[in-house]
Design a protein around this ligand. Structure first.
Ligand SMILES: *[C@@H]1O[C@H](CO)[C@@H](O)[C@H](O)[C@H]1NC(C)=O
Ligand SMILES: *[C@@H]1O[C@H](CO)[C@@H](O)[C@H](O)[C@H]1NC(C)=O
Ligand SMILES: *[C@@H]1O[C@H](CO)[C@@H](O)[C@H](O)[C@H]1NC(C)=O
Ligand SMILES: *[C@@H]1O[C@H](CO)[C@@H](O)[C@H](O)[C@H]1NC(C)=O
Ligand SMILES: *[C@@H]1O[C@H](CO)[C@@H](O)[C@H](O)[C@H]1NC(C)=O
Ligand SMILES: *[C@@H]1O[C@H](CO)[C@@H](O)[C@H](O)[C@H]1NC(C)=O
Ligand SMILES: *[C@@H]1O[C@H](CO)[C@@H](O)[C@H](O)[C@H]1NC(C)=O
Ligand SMILES: *[C@@H]1O[C@H](CO)[C@@H](O)[C@H](O)[C@H]1NC(C)=O
Ligand SMILES: *[C@@H]1O[C@H](CO)[C@@H](O)[C@H](O)[C@H]1NC(C)=O
Length: 484
Protein backbone atom coordinates (compact mmCIF):
# COMPACT_ATOMS: atom_id res chain seq x y z
CA UNK A 1 0.00 0.00 0.00
CA UNK A 2 2.80 2.43 0.85
CA UNK A 3 4.77 1.55 -2.22
CA UNK A 4 1.63 2.21 -4.22
CA UNK A 5 1.35 5.71 -2.81
CA UNK A 6 5.00 6.37 -3.28
CA UNK A 7 4.79 5.20 -6.87
CA UNK A 8 1.91 7.60 -7.48
CA UNK A 9 3.70 10.40 -5.69
CA UNK A 10 6.83 9.83 -7.72
CA UNK A 11 4.91 9.79 -10.97
CA UNK A 12 3.03 12.92 -10.03
CA UNK A 13 6.17 14.69 -8.90
CA UNK A 14 7.96 13.85 -12.11
CA UNK A 15 4.98 15.01 -14.10
CA UNK A 16 4.62 18.27 -12.26
CA UNK A 17 8.35 18.93 -12.25
CA UNK A 18 8.52 18.39 -15.98
CA UNK A 19 5.66 20.78 -16.63
CA UNK A 20 7.18 23.33 -14.34
CA UNK A 21 10.69 23.31 -15.61
CA UNK A 22 9.36 24.07 -19.05
CA UNK A 23 7.33 26.95 -17.69
CA UNK A 24 9.91 28.18 -15.26
CA UNK A 25 12.26 28.91 -18.12
CA UNK A 26 9.64 31.31 -19.51
CA UNK A 27 9.01 33.41 -16.42
CA UNK A 28 9.48 33.01 -12.68
CA UNK A 29 6.31 32.62 -10.65
CA UNK A 30 5.08 35.74 -8.90
CA UNK A 31 4.94 35.85 -5.10
CA UNK A 32 1.98 38.20 -5.15
CA UNK A 33 -0.87 39.00 -7.51
CA UNK A 34 -1.95 42.60 -8.00
CA UNK A 35 -5.18 44.12 -9.27
CA UNK A 36 -5.43 43.44 -13.00
CA UNK A 37 -4.06 39.89 -12.79
CA UNK A 38 -5.68 37.44 -15.22
CA UNK A 39 -5.02 33.81 -16.13
CA UNK A 40 -6.50 31.12 -18.38
CA UNK A 41 -5.92 27.40 -18.13
CA UNK A 42 -3.20 26.43 -20.58
CA UNK A 43 -4.36 23.52 -22.79
CA UNK A 44 -0.81 22.14 -23.05
CA UNK A 45 -0.51 21.55 -19.30
CA UNK A 46 -1.60 18.13 -18.17
CA UNK A 47 -1.61 18.31 -14.39
CA UNK A 48 -0.99 21.60 -12.61
CA UNK A 49 -0.57 25.15 -13.82
CA UNK A 50 1.07 27.25 -11.08
CA UNK A 51 0.10 30.90 -10.82
CA UNK A 52 1.44 32.07 -7.48
CA UNK A 53 4.15 30.80 -5.16
CA UNK A 54 4.94 31.42 -1.52
CA UNK A 55 8.29 32.88 -0.45
CA UNK A 56 9.82 29.45 0.25
CA UNK A 57 8.73 27.77 -2.96
CA UNK A 58 7.08 25.02 -0.93
CA UNK A 59 3.53 25.95 -1.91
CA UNK A 60 1.86 27.06 -5.06
CA UNK A 61 -1.60 28.25 -6.03
CA UNK A 62 -2.77 27.20 -9.46
CA UNK A 63 -5.12 25.29 -11.70
CA UNK A 64 -5.22 21.59 -10.92
CA UNK A 65 -6.60 19.33 -13.61
CA UNK A 66 -9.39 17.03 -12.39
CA UNK A 67 -11.49 14.47 -14.26
CA UNK A 68 -9.36 15.11 -17.32
CA UNK A 69 -11.14 18.22 -18.64
CA UNK A 70 -12.07 20.14 -15.51
CA UNK A 71 -10.10 22.13 -13.01
CA UNK A 72 -10.02 23.26 -9.44
CA UNK A 73 -8.21 26.26 -8.05
CA UNK A 74 -5.89 24.60 -5.57
CA UNK A 75 -2.88 25.07 -3.34
CA UNK A 76 -0.32 22.33 -3.74
CA UNK A 77 2.52 21.27 -1.50
CA UNK A 78 5.04 21.47 -4.33
CA UNK A 79 7.56 18.77 -3.33
CA UNK A 80 4.84 16.12 -3.04
CA UNK A 81 2.10 17.54 -5.32
CA UNK A 82 -0.44 16.95 -2.58
CA UNK A 83 -3.30 19.48 -2.68
CA UNK A 84 -3.77 21.20 0.69
CA UNK A 85 -6.67 23.39 -0.29
CA UNK A 86 -9.15 23.90 -3.11
CA UNK A 87 -11.66 26.63 -3.77
CA UNK A 88 -15.13 25.38 -2.89
CA UNK A 89 -16.92 25.86 -6.19
CA UNK A 90 -20.42 24.44 -6.60
CA UNK A 91 -19.44 23.10 -10.03
CA UNK A 92 -16.02 22.39 -11.48
CA UNK A 93 -14.97 24.81 -14.22
CA UNK A 94 -13.76 23.38 -17.52
CA UNK A 95 -10.08 23.30 -18.39
CA UNK A 96 -10.76 25.50 -21.40
CA UNK A 97 -10.41 29.05 -22.56
CA UNK A 98 -13.66 30.58 -21.29
CA UNK A 99 -12.53 29.75 -17.74
CA UNK A 100 -10.44 32.44 -16.17
CA UNK A 101 -9.07 33.57 -12.84
CA UNK A 102 -8.71 37.27 -12.22
CA UNK A 103 -8.09 39.66 -9.38
CA UNK A 104 -9.89 42.97 -9.16
CA UNK A 105 -9.94 43.29 -5.37
CA UNK A 106 -11.70 39.97 -5.24
CA UNK A 107 -10.05 36.82 -6.51
CA UNK A 108 -12.62 35.49 -8.97
CA UNK A 109 -12.89 32.23 -10.85
CA UNK A 110 -15.36 32.62 -13.69
CA UNK A 111 -16.44 31.41 -17.07
CA UNK A 112 -17.19 34.05 -19.70
CA UNK A 113 -20.29 32.05 -20.74
CA UNK A 114 -21.74 30.93 -17.42
CA UNK A 115 -20.51 33.59 -14.99
CA UNK A 116 -18.81 33.52 -11.61
CA UNK A 117 -17.95 30.12 -10.08
CA UNK A 118 -16.23 31.40 -7.00
CA UNK A 119 -15.16 34.72 -5.49
CA UNK A 120 -13.57 35.94 -2.28
CA UNK A 121 -15.83 39.04 -2.32
CA UNK A 122 -13.11 41.29 -0.94
CA UNK A 123 -11.69 44.67 -1.68
CA UNK A 124 -8.03 43.78 -1.33
CA UNK A 125 -4.94 45.20 -2.99
CA UNK A 126 -3.00 41.95 -3.42
CA UNK A 127 -3.12 38.19 -3.18
CA UNK A 128 -0.46 36.55 -1.06
CA UNK A 129 0.40 32.94 -0.25
CA UNK A 130 2.03 32.47 3.15
CA UNK A 131 4.83 29.97 3.71
CA UNK A 132 2.36 27.93 5.77
CA UNK A 133 0.03 27.54 2.74
CA UNK A 134 -2.49 30.21 3.74
CA UNK A 135 -3.92 32.12 0.78
CA UNK A 136 -4.50 35.70 1.88
CA UNK A 137 -6.37 38.66 0.38
CA UNK A 138 -4.47 41.59 1.81
CA UNK A 139 -5.17 45.27 2.08
CA UNK A 140 -1.90 46.72 3.30
CA UNK A 141 -1.12 44.57 6.32
CA UNK A 142 -4.75 43.66 6.94
CA UNK A 143 -5.91 40.21 5.97
CA UNK A 144 -9.43 40.53 4.57
CA UNK A 145 -9.88 36.89 3.61
CA UNK A 146 -7.78 33.76 4.19
CA UNK A 147 -8.11 30.20 2.98
CA UNK A 148 -7.39 28.90 6.51
CA UNK A 149 -10.93 30.00 7.37
CA UNK A 150 -12.33 27.84 4.56
CA UNK A 151 -10.48 24.54 4.77
CA UNK A 152 -11.11 21.74 2.26
CA UNK A 153 -10.05 18.30 3.51
CA UNK A 154 -6.74 19.29 5.11
CA UNK A 155 -5.50 21.09 8.22
CA UNK A 156 -1.90 22.15 8.63
CA UNK A 157 0.03 22.96 11.78
CA UNK A 158 -1.39 25.79 13.87
CA UNK A 159 -4.38 26.27 11.60
CA UNK A 160 -7.44 27.02 13.74
CA UNK A 161 -10.36 24.70 13.12
CA UNK A 162 -13.46 26.17 14.71
CA UNK A 163 -17.05 25.09 15.17
CA UNK A 164 -18.15 27.14 12.15
CA UNK A 165 -15.89 25.18 9.79
CA UNK A 166 -15.97 21.71 8.35
CA UNK A 167 -13.53 19.45 6.59
CA UNK A 168 -15.03 17.61 3.65
CA UNK A 169 -13.38 14.63 1.96
CA UNK A 170 -12.54 15.16 -1.71
CA UNK A 171 -15.37 12.88 -2.82
CA UNK A 172 -17.88 14.92 -0.80
CA UNK A 173 -19.12 11.95 1.24
CA UNK A 174 -17.42 12.46 4.60
CA UNK A 175 -17.13 15.53 6.77
CA UNK A 176 -15.70 16.54 10.10
CA UNK A 177 -16.99 19.17 12.46
CA UNK A 178 -16.83 20.15 16.11
CA UNK A 179 -19.51 19.69 18.73
CA UNK A 180 -19.61 21.25 22.17
CA UNK A 181 -16.96 18.88 23.57
CA UNK A 182 -15.98 16.56 20.71
CA UNK A 183 -14.98 16.30 17.10
CA UNK A 184 -17.22 14.15 14.97
CA UNK A 185 -16.90 12.44 11.61
CA UNK A 186 -20.07 12.22 9.53
CA UNK A 187 -20.99 10.18 6.47
CA UNK A 188 -23.51 11.19 3.89
CA UNK A 189 -24.43 8.38 1.54
CA UNK A 190 -27.62 9.95 0.31
CA UNK A 191 -27.86 11.77 -2.95
CA UNK A 192 -28.68 14.58 -2.96
CA UNK A 193 -27.40 14.60 0.56
CA UNK A 194 -28.38 16.62 3.58
CA UNK A 195 -25.11 18.58 3.26
CA UNK A 196 -21.71 18.37 4.90
CA UNK A 197 -21.54 18.23 8.65
CA UNK A 198 -24.79 16.33 8.63
CA UNK A 199 -25.58 12.72 7.93
CA UNK A 200 -24.66 9.75 10.06
CA UNK A 201 -22.01 10.29 12.71
CA UNK A 202 -19.48 7.41 12.71
CA UNK A 203 -16.77 8.71 15.01
CA UNK A 204 -17.13 10.86 18.08
CA UNK A 205 -13.95 11.84 19.83
CA UNK A 206 -14.79 13.45 23.16
CA UNK A 207 -12.38 15.69 25.05
CA UNK A 208 -10.79 13.83 27.95
CA UNK A 209 -10.34 17.06 29.92
CA UNK A 210 -7.19 15.72 31.56
CA UNK A 211 -5.39 19.07 31.69
CA UNK A 212 -8.27 21.54 31.59
CA UNK A 213 -12.01 21.36 31.99
CA UNK A 214 -14.52 22.38 29.39
CA UNK A 215 -16.61 25.40 30.29
CA UNK A 216 -20.12 24.76 29.10
CA UNK A 217 -21.49 27.03 26.42
CA UNK A 218 -18.10 28.15 25.09
CA UNK A 219 -16.97 26.93 21.70
CA UNK A 220 -13.93 24.71 21.34
CA UNK A 221 -11.39 24.61 18.54
CA UNK A 222 -9.02 22.04 17.16
CA UNK A 223 -5.39 22.76 16.31
CA UNK A 224 -2.73 20.48 14.89
CA UNK A 225 0.20 21.14 17.16
CA UNK A 226 3.84 21.19 16.04
CA UNK A 227 4.80 18.75 18.77
CA UNK A 228 2.70 15.99 17.30
CA UNK A 229 -0.89 16.03 18.50
CA UNK A 230 -4.34 17.24 17.65
CA UNK A 231 -5.24 19.54 20.48
CA UNK A 232 -8.70 20.62 21.48
CA UNK A 233 -8.69 24.04 23.06
CA UNK A 234 -11.28 26.22 24.62
CA UNK A 235 -9.92 29.00 26.73
CA UNK A 236 -6.21 29.66 26.57
CA UNK A 237 -3.32 27.47 25.61
CA UNK A 238 -3.96 24.48 27.86
CA UNK A 239 -5.63 21.76 25.81
CA UNK A 240 -8.84 20.15 26.99
CA UNK A 241 -7.83 17.14 24.92
CA UNK A 242 -4.60 15.77 23.51
CA UNK A 243 -4.93 13.25 20.67
CA UNK A 244 -1.29 12.31 20.26
CA UNK A 245 0.39 11.01 17.12
CA UNK A 246 3.15 8.42 16.85
CA UNK A 247 5.72 11.21 16.75
CA UNK A 248 4.33 12.91 19.87
CA UNK A 249 6.98 15.13 21.45
CA UNK A 250 9.64 13.87 19.10
CA UNK A 251 11.59 16.26 16.97
CA UNK A 252 10.22 16.05 13.47
CA UNK A 253 11.78 18.61 11.19
CA UNK A 254 9.14 18.58 8.47
CA UNK A 255 5.64 19.98 8.43
CA UNK A 256 2.55 18.08 9.51
CA UNK A 257 -0.93 17.82 8.09
CA UNK A 258 -4.14 15.95 8.81
CA UNK A 259 -6.57 15.04 6.09
CA UNK A 260 -10.07 13.64 5.98
CA UNK A 261 -9.46 10.87 3.47
CA UNK A 262 -11.85 9.68 0.75
CA UNK A 263 -12.39 6.47 2.78
CA UNK A 264 -13.66 8.51 5.72
CA UNK A 265 -10.61 8.11 7.94
CA UNK A 266 -8.85 11.10 9.48
CA UNK A 267 -5.12 10.66 9.00
CA UNK A 268 -2.07 12.58 10.18
CA UNK A 269 1.24 12.77 8.30
CA UNK A 270 4.61 14.43 8.63
CA UNK A 271 6.96 15.32 5.82
CA UNK A 272 10.47 13.87 5.88
CA UNK A 273 11.73 16.03 3.03
CA UNK A 274 11.08 13.31 0.49
CA UNK A 275 7.86 11.59 1.56
CA UNK A 276 4.87 11.76 3.88
CA UNK A 277 4.92 9.41 6.85
CA UNK A 278 1.61 8.30 8.30
CA UNK A 279 1.60 9.03 12.02
CA UNK A 280 -2.06 9.01 13.02
CA UNK A 281 -5.33 7.34 12.05
CA UNK A 282 -8.53 8.21 13.86
CA UNK A 283 -9.96 4.80 12.94
CA UNK A 284 -7.37 2.05 13.22
CA UNK A 285 -9.52 -0.98 12.37
CA UNK A 286 -10.43 -0.76 8.67
CA UNK A 287 -13.67 -2.67 9.28
CA UNK A 288 -14.82 0.23 11.46
CA UNK A 289 -14.86 2.58 8.47
CA UNK A 290 -18.39 3.31 7.23
CA UNK A 291 -17.88 1.80 3.81
CA UNK A 292 -14.85 -0.45 4.30
CA UNK A 293 -16.10 -2.96 1.74
CA UNK A 294 -18.33 -0.67 -0.30
CA UNK A 295 -22.08 -0.84 -0.63
CA UNK A 296 -23.75 -4.09 0.50
CA UNK A 297 -20.30 -5.27 1.56
CA UNK A 298 -19.36 -7.43 4.50
CA UNK A 299 -16.14 -6.85 6.40
CA UNK A 300 -14.45 -9.68 8.28
CA UNK A 301 -11.64 -8.84 10.70
CA UNK A 302 -8.47 -8.24 8.76
CA UNK A 303 -10.57 -6.41 6.17
CA UNK A 304 -11.43 -9.40 4.16
CA UNK A 305 -14.27 -8.15 2.01
CA UNK A 306 -17.18 -10.12 0.68
CA UNK A 307 -20.82 -9.40 -0.10
CA UNK A 308 -23.91 -9.47 2.08
CA UNK A 309 -25.49 -11.51 -0.66
CA UNK A 310 -23.23 -14.47 -1.38
CA UNK A 311 -24.44 -14.52 -4.97
CA UNK A 312 -22.98 -11.09 -5.61
CA UNK A 313 -19.34 -10.63 -6.50
CA UNK A 314 -17.35 -8.13 -4.53
CA UNK A 315 -16.08 -5.41 -6.81
CA UNK A 316 -14.16 -2.21 -6.34
CA UNK A 317 -17.20 -0.13 -5.47
CA UNK A 318 -18.91 -2.77 -3.39
CA UNK A 319 -21.61 -5.28 -4.20
CA UNK A 320 -24.91 -3.64 -4.94
CA UNK A 321 -26.13 -2.47 -8.30
CA UNK A 322 -25.00 1.07 -8.98
CA UNK A 323 -28.49 2.53 -8.70
CA UNK A 324 -28.45 1.79 -4.98
CA UNK A 325 -25.62 4.20 -4.58
CA UNK A 326 -27.11 7.20 -6.30
CA UNK A 327 -30.64 7.70 -5.11
CA UNK A 328 -31.69 8.56 -1.64
CA UNK A 329 -34.85 6.57 -0.88
CA UNK A 330 -37.75 4.44 -2.13
CA UNK A 331 -40.37 7.16 -1.93
CA UNK A 332 -42.63 8.18 -4.79
CA UNK A 333 -41.93 6.67 -8.16
CA UNK A 334 -39.55 4.03 -6.80
CA UNK A 335 -41.88 2.73 -4.11
CA UNK A 336 -41.90 -1.08 -3.90
CA UNK A 337 -39.14 -1.21 -6.50
CA UNK A 338 -36.94 -3.35 -4.29
CA UNK A 339 -36.27 -6.90 -3.22
CA UNK A 340 -35.26 -8.06 0.23
CA UNK A 341 -31.91 -9.42 1.28
CA UNK A 342 -31.51 -11.06 4.72
CA UNK A 343 -28.25 -11.97 6.36
CA UNK A 344 -27.53 -13.25 9.84
CA UNK A 345 -24.32 -12.78 11.78
CA UNK A 346 -24.00 -9.09 10.90
CA UNK A 347 -23.61 -5.93 12.91
CA UNK A 348 -23.27 -2.20 12.18
CA UNK A 349 -19.72 -0.88 12.40
CA UNK A 350 -20.50 2.11 14.63
CA UNK A 351 -23.73 0.98 16.22
CA UNK A 352 -23.01 2.74 19.50
CA UNK A 353 -23.46 6.03 17.62
CA UNK A 354 -26.65 5.01 15.88
CA UNK A 355 -30.18 5.48 17.07
CA UNK A 356 -32.27 2.39 17.78
CA UNK A 357 -35.74 1.43 18.90
CA UNK A 358 -36.30 -1.47 21.27
CA UNK A 359 -38.60 -4.07 19.74
CA UNK A 360 -39.52 -7.49 20.99
CA UNK A 361 -39.16 -9.37 17.72
CA UNK A 362 -37.32 -9.36 14.44
CA UNK A 363 -40.66 -9.34 12.61
CA UNK A 364 -41.66 -6.06 14.24
CA UNK A 365 -38.29 -4.54 13.47
CA UNK A 366 -38.50 -5.54 9.82
CA UNK A 367 -42.12 -4.42 9.65
CA UNK A 368 -41.16 -0.92 10.75
CA UNK A 369 -38.86 -0.67 7.77
CA UNK A 370 -40.81 -2.53 5.14
CA UNK A 371 -43.52 0.03 4.52
CA UNK A 372 -41.36 3.07 5.25
CA UNK A 373 -39.99 4.43 2.01
CA UNK A 374 -37.08 6.31 3.61
CA UNK A 375 -35.83 3.14 5.30
CA UNK A 376 -33.12 1.12 3.52
CA UNK A 377 -32.88 -1.67 6.05
CA UNK A 378 -32.69 -2.71 9.67
CA UNK A 379 -30.26 -4.61 11.84
CA UNK A 380 -31.78 -6.44 14.78
CA UNK A 381 -30.16 -7.97 17.80
CA UNK A 382 -32.28 -10.70 19.30
CA UNK A 383 -30.47 -10.64 22.64
CA UNK A 384 -30.87 -6.91 23.28
CA UNK A 385 -33.99 -6.30 21.19
CA UNK A 386 -32.35 -3.27 19.59
CA UNK A 387 -33.67 -2.42 16.16
CA UNK A 388 -31.37 -0.12 14.14
CA UNK A 389 -32.96 1.60 11.16
CA UNK A 390 -30.83 2.70 8.24
CA UNK A 391 -32.02 5.76 6.37
CA UNK A 392 -29.25 5.74 3.77
CA UNK A 393 -28.12 3.30 1.06
CA UNK A 394 -26.63 0.22 2.71
CA UNK A 395 -22.85 0.32 3.14
CA UNK A 396 -20.61 -2.22 4.81
CA UNK A 397 -21.50 -4.41 7.78
CA UNK A 398 -19.32 -6.32 10.16
CA UNK A 399 -19.33 -10.10 10.18
CA UNK A 400 -19.91 -11.42 13.70
CA UNK A 401 -20.18 -14.92 15.08
CA UNK A 402 -23.52 -14.26 16.76
CA UNK A 403 -26.14 -15.59 14.34
CA UNK A 404 -29.00 -13.97 16.27
CA UNK A 405 -27.87 -10.60 14.94
CA UNK A 406 -29.81 -10.28 11.74
CA UNK A 407 -29.93 -7.74 8.94
CA UNK A 408 -32.81 -7.00 6.59
CA UNK A 409 -31.85 -4.92 3.58
CA UNK A 410 -33.69 -3.42 0.66
CA UNK A 411 -32.00 -3.78 -2.71
CA UNK A 412 -33.23 -1.62 -5.53
CA UNK A 413 -34.35 -3.75 -8.41
CA UNK A 414 -33.66 -1.43 -11.27
CA UNK A 415 -34.53 1.96 -12.53
CA UNK A 416 -38.11 1.12 -13.51
CA UNK A 417 -40.58 3.60 -12.19
CA UNK A 418 -43.83 2.50 -10.65
CA UNK A 419 -46.31 2.62 -13.55
CA UNK A 420 -49.82 3.97 -13.26
CA UNK A 421 -51.20 0.52 -14.04
CA UNK A 422 -52.19 1.23 -17.62
CA UNK A 423 -51.73 -2.00 -19.55
CA UNK A 424 -51.36 -0.08 -22.76
CA UNK A 425 -48.64 2.05 -21.23
CA UNK A 426 -46.93 -1.04 -19.88
CA UNK A 427 -47.12 -2.82 -23.23
CA UNK A 428 -45.78 0.16 -25.11
CA UNK A 429 -43.13 0.58 -22.46
CA UNK A 430 -42.05 -3.06 -22.85
CA UNK A 431 -41.96 -2.79 -26.62
CA UNK A 432 -40.01 0.43 -26.49
CA UNK A 433 -37.72 -1.06 -23.87
CA UNK A 434 -37.05 -4.11 -26.03
CA UNK A 435 -36.24 -1.89 -29.01
CA UNK A 436 -33.92 0.17 -26.83
CA UNK A 437 -32.17 -2.91 -25.46
CA UNK A 438 -31.76 -4.31 -28.95
CA UNK A 439 -30.34 -1.00 -30.16
CA UNK A 440 -28.17 -0.84 -27.06
CA UNK A 441 -26.74 -4.32 -27.63
CA UNK A 442 -26.02 -3.49 -31.25
CA UNK A 443 -24.47 -0.20 -30.26
CA UNK A 444 -22.37 -1.75 -27.51
CA UNK A 445 -21.09 -4.45 -29.83
CA UNK A 446 -20.13 -1.83 -32.37
CA UNK A 447 -18.52 0.33 -29.72
CA UNK A 448 -16.49 -2.56 -28.29
CA UNK A 449 -15.43 -3.56 -31.74
CA UNK A 450 -14.46 0.04 -32.54
CA UNK A 451 -12.50 0.75 -29.38
CA UNK A 452 -11.00 -2.21 -27.61
CA UNK A 453 -9.31 -1.25 -24.42
CA UNK A 454 -11.74 1.51 -23.58
CA UNK A 455 -13.64 -0.80 -21.29
CA UNK A 456 -10.57 -1.56 -19.24
CA UNK A 457 -9.92 2.08 -18.77
CA UNK A 458 -13.49 2.82 -17.75
CA UNK A 459 -13.41 0.06 -15.19
CA UNK A 460 -10.31 1.43 -13.63
CA UNK A 461 -11.75 4.91 -13.66
CA UNK A 462 -14.84 3.64 -11.87
CA UNK A 463 -12.86 2.42 -8.87
CA UNK A 464 -14.30 3.50 -5.56
CA UNK A 465 -17.33 5.69 -5.36
CA UNK A 466 -17.96 6.06 -9.05
CA UNK A 467 -21.56 6.97 -8.62
CA UNK A 468 -20.63 9.87 -6.41
CA UNK A 469 -18.62 11.43 -9.16
CA UNK A 470 -20.83 14.49 -9.26
CA UNK A 471 -21.53 14.66 -5.58
CA UNK A 472 -18.89 16.97 -4.22
CA UNK A 473 -17.81 20.05 -6.03
CA UNK A 474 -14.25 19.05 -5.37
CA UNK A 475 -13.78 15.64 -6.85
CA UNK A 476 -10.11 14.91 -7.18
CA UNK A 477 -10.41 11.31 -8.15
CA UNK A 478 -8.11 11.66 -11.05
CA UNK A 479 -5.21 12.41 -8.74
CA UNK A 480 -6.45 10.65 -5.64
CA UNK A 481 -3.71 8.72 -3.89
CA UNK A 482 -6.02 5.90 -3.08
CA UNK A 483 -4.85 3.20 -0.73
CA UNK A 484 -6.87 0.30 -2.00
C1 LIG B 1 10.17 24.10 2.73
O1 LIG B 1 9.80 23.95 4.07
C2 LIG B 1 10.79 23.38 4.88
C3 LIG B 1 10.20 23.17 6.23
O2 LIG B 1 9.22 22.20 6.14
C4 LIG B 1 11.98 24.26 4.93
O3 LIG B 1 12.98 23.69 5.73
C5 LIG B 1 12.49 24.46 3.52
O4 LIG B 1 13.52 25.39 3.55
C6 LIG B 1 11.40 24.95 2.62
N1 LIG B 1 11.83 24.93 1.24
C7 LIG B 1 12.28 25.99 0.63
C8 LIG B 1 12.65 25.84 -0.81
O5 LIG B 1 12.38 27.05 1.20
C1 LIG C 1 -14.79 42.43 -9.98
O1 LIG C 1 -15.39 41.58 -10.93
C2 LIG C 1 -16.68 41.12 -10.57
C3 LIG C 1 -17.14 40.09 -11.58
O2 LIG C 1 -17.00 40.57 -12.88
C4 LIG C 1 -17.63 42.29 -10.44
O3 LIG C 1 -18.90 41.83 -10.03
C5 LIG C 1 -17.07 43.27 -9.40
O4 LIG C 1 -17.88 44.39 -9.34
C6 LIG C 1 -15.66 43.66 -9.76
N1 LIG C 1 -15.11 44.45 -8.67
C7 LIG C 1 -14.51 45.61 -8.87
C8 LIG C 1 -14.00 46.30 -7.66
O5 LIG C 1 -14.41 46.07 -9.98
C1 LIG D 1 8.01 31.75 6.95
O1 LIG D 1 7.78 33.13 7.06
C2 LIG D 1 8.08 33.65 8.36
C3 LIG D 1 7.75 35.12 8.34
O2 LIG D 1 6.50 35.32 7.83
C4 LIG D 1 9.53 33.39 8.70
O3 LIG D 1 9.78 33.84 10.01
C5 LIG D 1 9.84 31.91 8.59
O4 LIG D 1 11.21 31.68 8.81
C6 LIG D 1 9.46 31.40 7.22
N1 LIG D 1 9.64 29.95 7.18
C7 LIG D 1 10.17 29.32 6.13
C8 LIG D 1 10.29 27.83 6.24
O5 LIG D 1 10.53 29.90 5.13
C1 LIG E 1 -18.79 24.28 0.08
O1 LIG E 1 -19.92 25.04 -0.20
C2 LIG E 1 -21.14 24.41 0.14
C3 LIG E 1 -22.28 25.29 -0.29
O2 LIG E 1 -21.87 26.32 -1.08
C4 LIG E 1 -21.16 24.17 1.63
O3 LIG E 1 -22.37 23.53 1.97
C5 LIG E 1 -19.98 23.31 2.02
O4 LIG E 1 -19.94 23.17 3.41
C6 LIG E 1 -18.69 23.92 1.55
N1 LIG E 1 -17.61 23.00 1.78
C7 LIG E 1 -16.60 23.28 2.57
C8 LIG E 1 -15.51 22.27 2.64
O5 LIG E 1 -16.55 24.31 3.21
C1 LIG F 1 -5.48 30.89 15.59
O1 LIG F 1 -6.25 31.66 16.47
C2 LIG F 1 -5.48 32.39 17.42
C3 LIG F 1 -6.43 33.05 18.38
O2 LIG F 1 -7.53 33.55 17.74
C4 LIG F 1 -4.61 33.38 16.68
O3 LIG F 1 -3.80 34.10 17.58
C5 LIG F 1 -3.71 32.63 15.70
O4 LIG F 1 -2.96 33.53 14.93
C6 LIG F 1 -4.55 31.76 14.78
N1 LIG F 1 -3.67 30.96 13.97
C7 LIG F 1 -3.60 31.06 12.65
C8 LIG F 1 -2.61 30.20 11.95
O5 LIG F 1 -4.33 31.81 12.03
C1 LIG G 1 -10.70 31.69 30.71
O1 LIG G 1 -11.06 31.12 31.95
C2 LIG G 1 -10.79 31.97 33.07
C3 LIG G 1 -11.11 31.21 34.33
O2 LIG G 1 -12.20 30.35 34.15
C4 LIG G 1 -11.62 33.25 32.94
O3 LIG G 1 -11.32 34.11 34.00
C5 LIG G 1 -11.28 33.92 31.63
O4 LIG G 1 -12.11 35.04 31.43
C6 LIG G 1 -11.47 32.95 30.46
N1 LIG G 1 -11.03 33.57 29.26
C7 LIG G 1 -11.73 33.56 28.15
C8 LIG G 1 -11.10 34.21 26.96
O5 LIG G 1 -12.83 33.06 28.07
C1 LIG H 1 14.31 18.74 19.97
O1 LIG H 1 15.14 19.73 19.41
C2 LIG H 1 15.42 20.81 20.28
C3 LIG H 1 16.24 21.87 19.57
O2 LIG H 1 16.54 21.50 18.27
C4 LIG H 1 16.14 20.29 21.52
O3 LIG H 1 16.37 21.36 22.43
C5 LIG H 1 15.28 19.22 22.19
O4 LIG H 1 15.99 18.64 23.27
C6 LIG H 1 14.92 18.13 21.21
N1 LIG H 1 13.96 17.21 21.83
C7 LIG H 1 14.03 15.90 21.73
C8 LIG H 1 13.01 15.11 22.44
O5 LIG H 1 14.90 15.35 21.08
C1 LIG I 1 -34.77 -14.58 20.49
O1 LIG I 1 -34.97 -14.28 21.86
C2 LIG I 1 -36.11 -14.89 22.42
C3 LIG I 1 -36.24 -14.45 23.86
O2 LIG I 1 -35.57 -13.26 24.08
C4 LIG I 1 -35.96 -16.41 22.33
O3 LIG I 1 -37.12 -17.01 22.81
C5 LIG I 1 -35.74 -16.80 20.88
O4 LIG I 1 -35.47 -18.18 20.82
C6 LIG I 1 -34.56 -16.05 20.29
N1 LIG I 1 -34.48 -16.36 18.89
C7 LIG I 1 -33.35 -16.73 18.34
C8 LIG I 1 -33.41 -16.98 16.86
O5 LIG I 1 -32.32 -16.84 18.96
C1 LIG J 1 -39.25 5.88 8.63
O1 LIG J 1 -37.87 5.61 8.73
C2 LIG J 1 -37.10 6.69 9.15
C3 LIG J 1 -35.68 6.25 9.11
O2 LIG J 1 -35.37 5.79 7.85
C4 LIG J 1 -37.51 7.13 10.53
O3 LIG J 1 -36.77 8.26 10.92
C5 LIG J 1 -39.00 7.48 10.53
O4 LIG J 1 -39.41 7.77 11.82
C6 LIG J 1 -39.79 6.31 9.99
N1 LIG J 1 -41.17 6.70 9.87
C7 LIG J 1 -42.16 5.99 10.41
C8 LIG J 1 -43.54 6.49 10.18
O5 LIG J 1 -41.93 4.98 11.05
Amino acid sequence: MDTHIIKHLLLLTIFVTLTWTSRASQSPLPTELLVGFKAHPDPSISSFQPLLTDSSGNYSLGFLRVNRDQLSLSILHVPSSVPFWSANTTRLPRWADPTRLFFNGSLILSDSHTGVFWSTYTNADRVWLSNTSNLEMRDGENILWESFKFPSDTLVERQNFSNTMSLVSSNGIYSMRLGSDFFGLYANFRYPGPGPGQGQIYLKHRALEAKADIVEGQPIKLILQPDGYLGMFQNGSIPVDVESFNSFQQNVSGIRRVRLEPDGNLKGYYWTGTSWVLEYQAISDPCELPSSCGSYGLCKPGQECSCLDNRMVHGSGGCGPVVNRISSDFCGEYENGFKILRRSGVELPFKELMGYIKMDSLEKCEGACEGNCTCWGVVYSNSSGFCYMLDYPIQSLLAVGDETKVGYFKVREGLEKKEGGEWLGLGLGLLFGAVLIFAGVLGLGWYRWRSRGVKGYLEEDGVGVGAYKDLGAASFRSIELSEK
